[in-house]
Design a protein around this ligand. Structure first.
Ligand code: DQQ
Length: 499
């Protein structure tokens, strides 16, 4: 049934079967890239989670490897939850959350030199309990790094009545950990759980790194910020990735400013990053579904891994994202329009581009009050010229907006299915002089948008199979150029579900 599922992405990594969520242990080891992920091959629901594993030489095509970790008698009997891969003096070592009786504790496993066979430590869990005397909301997920002669670890958590936090530990051997204290504590009483920048009652999947030259804990030569990425979580359905810029020093983190990491919120969840052998920071995130649990089970699959994206710091210290350039090797059949292609108050232009697997780049120039609208996955229906379904990406520069504008994804007409998520997604984008480089990567139900390096990731579920691409400009706005490519699939046809 899923063989020909038109919504299943073709050039994003998806699991061979069933359910996928967080990226885990993302890394490059002796040249090869490794992507582990939260996996349930039994069906498209979150249960008895294993670590799926795939490898790549180019971050584009992936080879499935045997499952790396599976629940077994002991601390991870109910699931092997999220974690990381570190190089322990040449020994590949996973630090992950083992789940038992509804609680998670830190566990360790060591790998064979090819990273295909993993042996759990007999002493698991390696931390027997969360810090004593603290009323915690949860305790799981790991960020582990080398600092001097010691290992350091953060475990995501939250303190009841206060907010999210990450507990800091230190170890000489990854097996015995000394508790240092909370890195710092967020304030969940500020704002509303519905706010897109609300900091949550618990921080999932914390990821601390230096966004530029140098390593954590060292002096900065170029002022690059330290960044603490976390996924803000609460008991309800508020989930979104955020980051603090600031300075990690000694045993604490001095936060400077809080930012949204991706305007798609929960559609780019639980991101994890690593520095590859060329020194780039590369991040993956989980593009979760926007449809009901029943619809996922019916489809037979759930969850898409984002394309790997590079992470860099802009001059103001905030992060910028771009798909790794390797992805461009999937580009076929270039269509280029240059110009200007379009300016001001025009009927939508039929770009001559069509498809459900596309990479589109646009150069825009927006005067104050100008707006550009790109429609994808459009289907013309009912004898009118207005598409019955269409996913719309807008860039708008307010009359008094200065050098800032707004990126918006309008999914209200993305799908005729009333049950799928259609929330508006939007946020501010710096646009010096009104110029915007817009990149839209479309892979059937997966959409990744980058506007001057600001990311907005989401899912859409068109029912009519439309593949029309249109462009419109309103007010003082120009599209200077458009380049589009069809993207080749990375699987042999559609990814078969139950091989
Ligand atoms: N998913 C994992 C947890 C993590 C959550 C379980 C984030 O370890 O906190 O599958 O999506």
């Amino acid at each position: 049934r899923a063989e020909a599922d038109p919504l299943r992405p073709r050039f994003h990594f998806v699991s061979p079967a069933g359910w996928l969520n967080d990226p885990n242990g993302v890394s490059q080891w002796n040249g090869s890239y490794h992507l582990f992920y939260q996996y349930n091959p039994e069906g498209a629901f979150h249960h008895r989670i294993q670590w799926g594993h795939a490898t790549s030489t180019d971050l584009v095509t992936w080879t499935d490897q045997p499952v790396a970790l599976e629940p077994s008698a002991g601390q991870d009997a109910e699931g092997c939850w999220s974690g990381v891969l570190v190089n322990d003096g040449g020994t590949p070592t996973l630090v992950y959350s083992g789940r038992l009786e509804g609680r998670e504790l830190p566990c360790v496993a060591v790998g064979s030199p090819d990273l295909l066979t993993w042996t759990k430590d007999a002493a698991n869990p390696v931390i027997a309990a969360p810090p004593a005397g603290v009323d915690i909301t949860a305790y799981r997920d790991h960020c582990v790094w080398r600092e001097g002669t010691k290992w350091r670890q953060l475990v995501g958590s939250g303190i009841s009545g206060r907010g999210g936090t990450a507990f800091l530990y230190e170890s000489a051997d990854l097996r015995t950990w000394d508790y240092i204290g909370p890195l710092f504590i967020g304030d969940a009483s500020q704002g509303d759980p519905a706010d897109t920048d609300w900091t949550g009652t618990m921080w999932e999947c914390v990821d601390l790194f230096r966004a530029g030259q140098g390593s954590l804990g060292s002096a900065t030569s170029d002022g690059s910020p330290d960044v603490l990425v976390f996924s803000a979580w609460n008991d309800g359905d508020t989930h979104h990735p955020l980051y603090w810029t600031g300075r990690y020093a000694g045993d604490s983190f001095e936060p400077a400013a809080l930012h949204r990491l991706d305007y798609g919120g929960r559609f780019f969840y639980a991101p994890q990053s690593f520095q590859d052998e060329s020194g780039r920071r590369v991040m993956f995130g989980w593009m979760q579904e926007g449809r009901s649990d029943a619809a996922m089970v019916e489809a037979g699959w759930s969850g898409v891994m984002s394309l790997p994206r590079t992470v860099t710091a802009a001059e103001d210290g905030t992060l910028r994202f771009a798909p790794v350039p390797e992805i461009e090797k999937l580009r076929r059949d270039h269509v280029g329009l240059s110009g200007p292609v379009l300016s001001g108050l025009l009927e939508p232009l039929d770009t001559g581009v069509s498809g459900k697997q596309l990479d589109i780049e646009l150069e825009l120039e927006l005067e104050p009050g100008g707006l550009v609208r790109l429609g994808v996955l459009g289907s013309v229906g009912g004898g009118t010229s207005s598409p019955a379904e269409e996913t719309v990406i807008e860039l708008y520069r307010a009359a008094d907006g200065g050098n800032n504008g707004t990126l918006r994804l309008d999914r209200t007409r993305s799908s005729l299915d009333p049950a799928v998520d259609a929330d508006d997604k939007s946020g501010p984008v710096p646009m010096p002089g009104g110029r915007v480089h817009l990149r839209v990567i479309l892979d059937r139900s997966a959409v990744e948008i980058f506007a001057n390096g600001i990311a907005l990731t989401a899912r859409v579920y068109p029912t009519l199979g439309g593949d029309h691409v249109s462009l419109a400009a309103e007010g003082p706005a120009q599209v200077q150029s458009l380049d589009a490519w069809t993207m080749a699939g990375i699987f042999d046809g559609a990814r078969s579900l139950f091989p």
